[in-house]
Design a binder for this molecule. Structure first.
Ligand code: PSV
Ligand code: MN
Ligand code: MN
Length: 385
């Protein structure tokens, strides 16, 4: 048990700046009291999540949603609050110019603008000490014949190569795929195979991001995890839950069993430790529920799935698999999944000097009431507006 606790204590989960801002669907944004007014306050909220969970010491930024004049000062602000800047997400999907795409746009001028933004994001990484440039492109087509599918892959590859070449030592390019939306006919990076192929062309510091909401219904995500881990090309997760498409609900809310199966592949590959380089990030929007408790709940959900994965009796599983014992092997996994790990996690938190119930502790601490009084006119997250 002490080994399991040690592994859980070492786990790191990154929270997204945009999860703390107001968000909604294209039908309505529901503002909430006390939401951050700027990136500095988003970092304060992320630091609060870390204070109560102990496992969320980094926060990802989205540029330009989190644009500031002085990024080094923003990084210092984070450090003062006990957290650090995580992945820098480049946003090349909101400008008028990107109507027909960004890096795959047929217009070389638009492509230049998009790549320049990606290079600016690497500059921000230099200033903030961030390791990861996370790229998701909304590029795609709504109608057959709208543009040349193959030429768009060439343009994408060229943009990625220029960006990759700009990376400093120790920096990585993380490429995220998404089946559809906002484009409805094709997307230029629609699946893990496309992302993987581009990463292989680029080099070892190009890695795939799996956003759990970005697949066709029924996709076996843990297979993708196993495949990419084996190939050394899994860079990060964007964790969230989905019932239909890219719902961005709290991770572990829709399908905790899937999350367990994913974490089982992570544990199986010994990839939980930060040294393995997999970034476990959240990419969620809390449209109707209070945001900070929702982020805390999400962190706990990931911890619970991880604890269950760590409980899998690897020797018994390997034996049953080797013997072709179908039911026995399945039972080993299910035994772990069906264990209530909440007491174990409560004990771990107590060992670490944390409150065993982080959500309750947050509600008691008065932070929500204080920021509701202090922050008037909170920011929109940018996405889902
Ligand atoms: C796109 O749907 C995405 O998953 C990308 O990660 C973006 O950066 C993020 O959502 C914006 O919310
Ligand atoms: Mn994502
Ligand atoms: Mn998404």
């Amino acid at each position: 048990m002490s080994e399991i606790k040690a592994a859980l204590a070492e786990q790191r989960i990154e929270t997204p700046s945009w999860g703390y801002g107001n968000s909604g669907t294209r039908f309505r944004v529901f503002p909430q009291p006390g939401v951050p007014r700027d990136p500095w306050e988003k970092i304060d909220d992320a630091a609060t999540v870390h204070r109560f969970t102990g496992v969320a010491p980094t926060v990802s930024l989205h540029i330009p949603w989190d644009a500031v004049d002085d990024y080094a000062a923003l990084a210092r602000h984070a450090e003062d609050r006990g957290v650090a800047i995580g992945a820098i997400n480049a946003n090349v999907f909101q400008d008028e110019a990107y109507k027909l795409g960004s890096v795959a746009n047929p217009d070389p001028g638009v492509r230049r603008k998009a790549v320049d933004h990606l290079l600016d994001c690497v500059e921000i990484m230099d200033r903030t000490g961030s390791r990861d440039l996370k790229l998701w492109f909304a590029d795609g087509l709504n109608y057959p014949g709208q543009d040349d599918l193959r030429a768009r892959q060439d343009r994408l590859a060229e943009a990625l190569a220029e960006t990759y070449a700009r990376l400093g030592e120790g920096q990585r390019l993380l490429l995220e795929y998404k089946l559809f939306e906002p484009a409805f006919y094709t997307t230029d990076v629609p699946d893990w195979g496309t992302a993987f192929a581009h990463c292989l062309d680029l080099g070892p510091r190009a890695q795939v991001v799996i956003d759990t909401g970005h697949h066709a219904p029924g996709t076996n995500i843990e297979f993708i995890v196993a495949f990419l881990l084996r190939a050394g090309r899994l860079g990060a997760f964007d964790f969230n839950s989905r019932f239909y498409a890219d719902d961005d609900l709290m991770v572990g809310a829709a399908d905790p069993f899937q999350l367990f199966r994913i974490m089982h592949e992570i544990v199986r590959a010994d990839a939980l430790t930060p040294a393995a380089g997999i970034a476990f990030m959240l990419d969620q929007c809390h449209n109707i529920e209070p945001k900070i408790p929702a982020v805390i709940r999400s962190v706990l959900n990931v911890q619970e799935a991880t604890a269950k994965a760590l409980l899998v009796d690897a020797a018994a599983l390997a034996k049953a698999q080797q013997e072709g014992d179908v039911l026995g092997a399945n039972a080993v996994l299910m035994d772990a999944y069906n264990t209530d790990v909440r007491p174990l996690l409560a004990e771990l938190r107590a060992d670490q000097g944390l409150d065993p119930d982080p959500v309750a502790a947050f509600h008691r601490c008065g932070y929500a009431a204080r920021v509701a009084a202090e922050r008037v006119g909170g920011e929109q997250a940018g996405w889902g507006a």
